[in-house]
Design a protein around this ligand. Structure first.
Ligand code: LLP
Length: 447
């Protein structure tokens, strides 16, 4: 469920019309709903209420400081992957004891910053990284808390670019080598082995891969416990998918059944399938965790998309309509530098008119101004026939939208807006032309 709905013919975010936001802030702009974020976080958190757990929001999905601050105020911890993300998390007052640090390529300066901050755990992905952590921790004079991220060799059945739990993926320590790495880690004087971690991919639309992964991790845990490893944390990563298609491709159906708590199945052309809700996900995880009976572990979850995905839209304006010989094009002022998911993963995002008037439809590609054929937000999409100057909302763009945006074609990045009831605030101003060239310089021997 989310808080983007029509009031009369005007698409609103909570109590604010998107047309008003566009008039004030301009386009393209990301618009986030605070009520949706809160509901998604709380529903997810509540799904695990009957066991010790920490929800570490995976901030790569959306790292805006206002979003992050809200999440932290509701009790979230944070899953980070860089010193940049660490800095944002600390800036908004995240509890370091609820921060986990993931990623295959942590640099020594990043390890040091996280050690000094006193994070909950490093999710370690290789032998070399263990050695680096030992080195840095010795230098800093502390013991580094680590979990080993194991790669269970389970097919997440998602897009290959966001599948991470197979042997052929760069992530984690092969489950077959993990016992040996644990032995090595326990011998390191500045390393404190605190847990085990596993993340198999993103936008999962079935619970069975999670179940399979946990079963494999459980087998390993039994061996580790027999070896005397004191496992205090079990990190199951993130990855729960969301429904991207709640419009049946036409932009005409009423919104309101995507994301956390969505009950009705979506239909239409979503390429990414219908995911389980957090309650089903939590139930499957809990069942799988029965394998861990007797182990007193705190569960760590790293959800990203399921919290923020359906809490945001990308607001864009129609610049031109072009009727080609075999295709229609709706040229809008947002491009793949603003939202790369359709181009990169062939993802489906529903597109709705901000003002619902026209009932006649048109099948078109919705494209941006960037000079690449790959610059599209939708292809062969049936839309209510737009006019030049009309506003469109690209739905479910709260996760991996702005956070993956770039300045390609020297396009300033979009503004970000947060709505709370009847009020809204710009939480990241639109970039300016000066921003674009900040930090660049011309040596005096050029030109
Ligand atoms: N934990 C780890 C270690 C991760 O690598 C990720 C996502 C998450 C948690 C959060 O996963 P989520 O709950 O959001 O599925 N840009 C892609 C998604 C990339 C996911 C990367 N890792 C997209 O737009 O679909």
């Amino acid at each position: 469920m989310h808080h983007f709905a029509y009031r009369g013919d005007d698409l609103c975010c909570e109590g604010v019309s998107l047309a008003e936001i566009a008039a004030t802030v301009g386009t393209p702009s990301y618009v986030y709903s605070l009520a949706t974020l809160k509901r998604h976080f709380q529903v997810f958190d509540a799904a695990f209420a009957d066991r010790k757990h920490v929800v570490c929001y995976s901030m790569k999905a959306n790292s805006n400081v206002a979003v992050l601050r809200a999440m932290v105020s509701w009790g979230a911890g944070v899953d980070i992957v860089s010193v940049g993300e660490l800095s944002r998390a600390l800036k908004v007052g995240a509890d370091p004891k609820k921060i986990v640090f993931s990623g295959v390529g942590k640099r020594e300066d990043e390890i040091e910053a996280a050690l000094r901050a006193g994070i909950l755990a490093f999710n370690v992905e290789s032998h070399g990284e263990l050695e680096a952590i030992e080195r840095v921790a010795a230098r800093v004079g502390v013991r580094a808390p680590v979990s080993l991220r194991v790669n269970p060799d389970v097919d997440a059945e998602t897009h290959p670019y966001i599948s991470t739990g197979l042997q052929k993926n760069k992530f984690g320590i092969p489950v077959t080598q993990a016992r040996e790495e644990y032995r090595f880690a326990r011998g390191l004087p500045h390393v404190d082995v605190v847990g085990i971690d596993c993340h198999i991919g993103s936008q999962l639309t079935k619970v069975s891969p999670f179940r399979d992964a946990i079963a494999r991790v459980a087998n390993l845990c039994r061996e580790l416990v027999a070896d005397g490893v004191d496992l205090r944390y079990l990190d199951i990563g993130g990855g729960l998918g969301i429904a991207y298609d709640d419009s049946r491709g036409s932009g005409t159906a009423p919104p309101g059944r995507t994301g956390v708590g969505g009950a009705e199945p979506s239909q239409g052309s979503a390429s990414e399938g219908e995911p389980p809700g957090p309650a089903d996900y939590a139930r499957a995880i809990q069942e799988a965790l029965e394998e861990f009976a007797g182990l007193d572990v705190t569960l760590v979850c790293e959800p990203g998309r399921v919290i923020v995905g359906n809490a945001g839209v990308l607001l864009t304006k129609v610049l031109y309509l072009k009727h080609g010989e075999i295709k229609n094009f709706v040229i809008v002022d947002a491009a793949f530098n603003d939202l790369i998911r359709p181009a990169f993963y062939d993802s489906f995002h529903a597109i709705r008119p901000v003002r619902r008037g026209e009932t006649e439809t048109l099948v078109a590609d919705v494209v941006g101004p960037v000079c690449e054929t790959g610059d599209f937000l939708a292809r062969d999409r049936e839309l209510r026939r737009p006019k030049e100057g009309d506003l469109l909302a690209v739905m479910s763009a709260g996760a991996y939208g702005f956070s993956m945006a770039s300045n390609y074609n020297s396009r300033p990045r979009a503004a970000e807006v947060l709505v709370d009831g009847d009020r809204f605030a710009v939480v990241r101003r639109r970039e300016t032309i000066e921003d674009l060239m900040r930090g660049e310089s011309i040596p005096d021997w050029v030109g």
